[in-house]
Design a protein around this ligand. Structure first.
Ligand SMILES: Cc1ncc(C[n+]2csc(CCOP(=O)(O)OP(=O)(O)O)c2C)c(N)n1
Length: 367
């Protein structure tokens, strides 16, 4: 016999052994029956299924009227039993603004940003889910840190040229001051030199109370101010702003006590090479707390709080040296004691890329 060339030879070990099964003598006498592992079920002819009569179609639910944003807010306020004037007082907004919101008259509110911010605040105080409300509000036309025209904001005012007819346009930058640094001269220098499109991060605290007037006539800029009670906000917020808008100058106005809470952010300013100019207002005290202490009438000699109380709010012994602190973290730094110094230092800082720090020697406001 010739082997089929198509078949491979199979080793004997892999072949199944042939098994011979002895026939069971008893079983062989029994009539052969079909066996199966499965019971063969007797099946009957399918009976027609008696179906229950179809229940009548349920009535479609009454359509729930979709409430407008204003109506949702009004409903939540009324359910909370709050008069509109009380809510306005709690939110520190004029009643007519809330009335406009509840009437969906967003055209009577200053802007889409304002409408959304007001609606969010109202929802928060009424514990109302803001999703449905905000979905019906005017949307913001541009990202908040974006530039509407060719990547640039147009200035609010034309500075001293006085061409604009708007109120802000009629404002001009302050004249450059001279002499010792005070809250007034420091604010005026900043107002005079603030670059176009800057982002100002403001935690100047007592040293900065004249900044709003001094900067109102400056070219267009954004102002990020401390909104809550926790100090130490400005240096890290400046870092975030500079990363978010790398093509814009960031001016970080920081008081010395607050600076110490998050001073390590300076190292990140340097490490990232960010265009952040930090002015540290060095009055060497927690001045606002000194004022508060005087306001509550804490006096040991009939005039002032005692030395132990005052020393708690004093930042000397040792005196903080922000020029060395900054330089130690890779941020070039200078000290300014006069308006002229501050102007020169700001021009230096704005004129070079990367982070800079200016320690501005400030008097105490609280006496
Ligand atoms: C995280 C945190 N800690 C402490 C305080 C309490 N506090 C409020 S104002 C202040 C002092 C602020 O001093 P400084 O930043 O130097 O500003 P100045 O009042 O001197 O202008 C302190 C410690 C706080 N508000 N937040």
């Amino acid at each position: 016999m010739t082997e089929d060339p198509q078949k491979l030879p199979v080793p004997d070990a892999l072949l199944a052994p042939s098994v011979t099964v002895e026939a069971d003598p008893v079983e062989t006498q029994q009539p052969q029956t079909e066996t199966s592992d499965f019971e063969v079920l007797e099946t009957e002819a399918p009976q027609p299924v008696q179906l229950e009569p179809e229940p009548p179609e349920p009535e479609p639910p009454e359509p729930v009227p979709v409430l407008s944003a204003g109506a949702l807010i009004r409903q939540a306020r009324e359910e909370a039993g709050l008069h509109i004037a009380s809510l306005a007082m709690a939110l520190k907004v004029p009643v007519k603004r809330l009335e406009a919101l509840e009437a969906d008259r967003f055209d009577l509110l200053p802007s889409a940003v304002f409408s959304r911010a007001l609606a969010s605040s109202v929802c928060r105080s009424l514990k109302l889910n803001p999703t449905q409300v905000l979905a019906q509000l005017p949307v913001l036309s541009a990202p908040r840190l974006g530039y509407p025209e060719e990547g640039r904001l147009s200035p609010y005012s034309s500075g001293s040229s006085g061409q604009s007819t708007t109120f802000l346009g009629s404002l001009s930058r302050p004249a450059m001051p001279s002499g010792p640094l005070t809250a007034q001269t420091a604010a005026d220098v900043i107002g005079a030199l603030l670059p176009d499109r800057s982002i100002v991060v403001d935690e100047a605290n007592t040293s900065g109370f004249l900044l709003p007037q001094a900067t109102a006539g400056a070219p267009a800029h954004d102002w990020l101010t401390l909104t809550g009670g926790a100090i130490g906000y400005a240096l890290p917020v400046a870092l975030g702003a500079a990363i978010a808008a790398p093509e814009r100058p960031v001016l970080c106005l920081e008081s010395d006590g607050s600076a110490m809470y998050t001073i390590s952010a300076l190292w990140s300013h340097a490490r990232e090479g960010l265009d952040i100019t930090t002015v540290v207002f060095a009055n060497h005290a927690y001045d606002i707390l000194r004022m508060e202490l005087q306001r509550v009438g804490a006096q040991s000699d009939g005039q002032r709080p005692g030395p132990a109380a005052e020393s708690l709010l004093d930042l000397t012994s040792p005196t903080l040296d922000f020029v060395h602190i900054a330089e130690g973290m890779g941020v070039p730094a200078r000290r300014a004691t006069t308006a002229e110094d501050l102007a020169a230092a700001l021009r230096w800082a704005f004129g070079e890329p990367g982070p800079h720090l200016i320690e501005a020697a400030m008097p105490l406001m609280g006496g």
